[in-house]
Design a protein around this ligand. Structure first.
Ligand SMILES: [Zn+2]
Length: 80
């Protein structure tokens, strides 16, 4: 999750999601040398970012499902 890149509102640079995680309001831009602020909530609300976050969540959910199924199959195998 943290490795997905997000488009920053204001300067339109790309940053990793981990730079925004568990943060709200204004933060110092993690990508620019010139100090300025970006709004975490607005950045997360940009549609391209929403899309990326949703996509990643779905991927993670699918990963979990297939892993659970696999464990279930292994269990079944050893029970018999
Ligand atoms: Zn910036």
């Amino acid at each position: 999750m943290e490795e997905i890149t997000l488009r920053l509102e204001k300067c339109e640079k790309w940053t990793e999601y981990k730079n925004m995680m568990n943060k709200t309001g204004e933060i110092v831009c993690p990508e620019c040398k010139r100090k300025h602020y970006v709004n975490v909530d607005q950045t997360l609300n940009i549609s391209v970012n929403q899309e990326k976050i949703k996509r990643k969540k779905i991927e993670m959910a699918l990963d979990n499902i297939s892993r659970d199924n696999l464990l279930l199959k292994i269990d079944e195998h050893f029970d018999n």
